[in-house]
Structures are given as structure tokens and as C-alpha cells.
Design a protein around this ligand. Structure first.
Ligand SMILES: Nc1ncnc2c1ncn2[C@@H]1O[C@H](COP(=O)(O)OP(=O)(O)OP(=O)(O)O)[C@@H](O)[C@H]1O
Length: 313
């Protein structure tokens, strides 16, 4: 895969003295969906704003398809579309006028056929002559995406694309983002919703207190750090784990009604058959078994907690 965007040694200390980013190195591959995860104030918006030329970095360089984003700002910026968190449109303009204007700002010639396609893809075509203030919140968000796509960018940044959006609209957005990727757009999004990253991202970056603490393929990450667990609902409550079951490190839950067995999702041998055999030998009856995998959310919380514990130590 070719690198489309390269961030090298980018750090930021705001004029207030607030250190928002420690030096960050990150390469984005052409055609991927990259999700940047992090708690509030971690530095996600700062990083995106630096790449998009809205905030000046304190150190470092950014290269967008061979263009230095600081020295050759216009050329680099033309390759990028940004969907900001906040509404940034003239509410009294129509949808079509807004995106035509935005396209012109980037020095692109008029191309109504392209803009029609963008609006159709976003289910906004019927609203093209509607003033933005008359649209619903979800539609307004789509206009922001249309605006960001108006100049045919190669890379699309979405800062919290579905914050405050209801579940069905969120799912529509996910489909839309997938479609854009299928058409060849590279997508970088920030999100609080881990489910969003789990659903969409090819790769995940985790940022905490201005440091990029991890960048990894999502499926690898989930395999590597994911755990599985089995819940065993007992016929008779248990007060203490019998010594014969010590090897499995079981936990007693629900006042003895359930046993929890946590095991490694990668392990070939899970220990479940021998555990069940031993339960049988001990005449411990169970009503139900339930297994589940940890979600990206569990992994994320573990990672950030672990990172904070290390920084504090
Ligand atoms: N213009 C600014 N001046 C001073 N400090 C700022 C400025 N913008 C952001 N910060 C600080 O920089 C840090 C990182 O903020 P940033 O907005 O990048 O985080 P974030 O990960 O996007 O957070 P959120 O998820 O809440 O949007 C925070 O401590 C924030 O208070």
C-alpha cells in the first residue's frame, strides 16, 4: 500500500502553554479508513487541525501526496476535505449554492454533474434548493460532508462524524463512509464511539494525553488484546472455588450463582473441555453456558488505563 499522508515529529504547545501533542509519527495508507480514538482532550482535533492547516504545529512536518503541508499549503490542502465537528455553513444559503461556492474556493472549475453525484450519494439531491437552516440536524451534517467533498479531495477527515446523531442516522453515515472508501477516498475519522471504530476502521490509532500510544490493524488488535470469557450458570450456588478448579482461575459472581472463566482468545487450547470434565467429576451441575468476546471498547479502556498507570508510575 502507498502512503498518502505522512506525519513526522508533529507536536503542539498552544500559546497558553497547554501541551496538546507530544511528537507524533503516523503514516496513512491510500484507501484505508483510519480511526483515531481517544478520550476528551486527548489531542485528536489538534492533530487533525494541524494536518488541515488550521493550527500551526510547534515542531514536525506533514507531507500530503508529496506536498509539504506547511511550505506548499495550497497544493496539500486541495487534496484534503475536512468535515468539522461544528456547523460551518451559511444557514441562509441553499445546499447547492453552498457546495458550488466551496468548490470554487479550492480553485476547481464548475462541475454540476460531479456535485449532483455527491448530493445524490448523500441523499441530499431533493434538498439542493433548500436553505440549510430549514434542514434537520442530520441533513445539516450531510451538507458538511458534501461541502468537504465538493472539490474532489483524495483524503477526507471527519471529526466526530456522528456525535449527537441518532442510531439509525449513525448507521446511515457508516454506510456512506464505506461507499466513499469504495470509491477510492482515504478516510480518517476521530470518534468517541468505539463501536464506530469497531464497525468501520481498517486501522486504529489510540491517542491519550497528546501521545499516540498505539497504531494497529483493527482485526490484529482485537486478536492480540481481545479476551474471551465463558459464564457458567450453576444449578446450586457455590461459596468457594474447590481446589480441583484452581488451575482455571475462576471468579464467583452473583452470590455464587455464576462462574466466570476468562481465557485468551488466541490460544489454541482454551481449557474449556477439561474444565467441563472436572465440573462433571465434582458433580457441579450447570444450567447454562455463555461465551463472549471482548469488544474494542474493553480493549480501549484497558489500554488507556494501563497507559495512565504507566505514566503515573
Ligand atoms: N486553542 C487552544 N488553546 C489552548 N489550548 C487548547 C486549544 N485547543 C485545544 N486545547 C487544549 O489542547 C488539548 C487537546 O485538545 P483537543 O481539542 O485536540 O482534544 P480532543 O482529543 O479533540 O478532545 P475532544 O474529544 O474533547 O474533542 C486539551 O487540553 C485542550 O484543552
Amino acid at each position: 500500500m502507498a502512503t498518502i499522508l505522512s506525519v513526522a515529529g508533529v507536536s503542539k504547545t498552544y500559546a497558553s502553554g497547554q501541551r496538546a501533542l507530544e511528537p507524533i509519527d503516523l503514516d496513512i495508507e491510500k484507501g484505508e479508513i483510519f480511526a483515531l480514538l481517544g478520550p476528551n482532550g486527548a489531542g485528536k482535533t489538534t492533530l487533525i487541525s494541524i494536518i488541515c492547516g488550521i493550527v500551526t504545529p510547534s515542531t514536525g512536518t506533514i507531507t500530503v501526496m508529496g506536498h509539504d503541508a506547511l511550505k506548499d499549503f495550497k497544493a496539500a490542502r486541495r487534496l484534503i476535505g475536512l468535515v468539522p465537528q461544528e456547523l460551518s455553513v451559511d444557514m441562509f444559503e441553499t445546499v447547492m449554492a453552498t457546495i458550488r461556492f466551496s468548490r470554487r474556493l479550492f480553485g476547481k472549475g464548475r462541475d454540476d454533474a460531479y456535485l449532483e453525484q455527491v448530493l445524490r450519494d448523500l441523499s441530499l439531491w431533493d434538498k439542493r434548493n433548500t436553505k440549510i437552516r430549514e434542514l434537520s440536524g442530520g441533513m445539516k451534517r450531510r451538507v458538511l460532508i458534501a461541502k468537504a467533498l465538493s472539490h474532489e479531495p483524495d483524503i477526507l477527515f471527519l471529526d466526530e462524524p456522528t456525535a449527537g446523531v441518532d442510531v439509525s442516522l449513525r448507521r446511515d453515515m457508516w454506510k456512506l463512509i464505506h461507499r466513499l472508501r469504495d470509491k477510492g477516498t482515504t478516510i480518517i475519522l476521530t470518534t468517541h464511539y468505539i463501536e464506530e471504530a469497531e464497525e468501520m476502521a481498517d486501522r486504529v490509532g489510540v491517542i491519550d494525553k497528546g501521545r499516540l500510544i498505539l497504531v494497529e490493524e483493527k482485526t490484529e488488535l482485537m486478536k492480540r488484546l481481545g479476551k474471551r470469557q465463558m459464564l457458567i450458570s450453576l444449578q446450586e450456588p457455590m461459596t468457594a472455588i474447590p481446589p480441583e478448579l484452581a488451575d482455571w482461575h475462576l471468579e464467583i459472581e452473583d452470590e455464587g450463582e455464576r462462574l466466570r472463566y476468562i481465557f485468551d482468545a488466541r490460544a489454541e487450547r482454551t481449557g474449556i473441555p477439561s474444565l467441563l470434565r472436572t465440573l462433571g467429576d465434582l458433580h457441579i451441575g450447570f444450567k447454562d453456558l455463555e461465551t463472549s468476546k471482548s469488544s474494542l471498547e474493553d480493549i480501549f479502556v484497558d489500554l488507556v488505563d494501563h497507559d495512565r498507570a504507566e505514566v503515573a508510575a
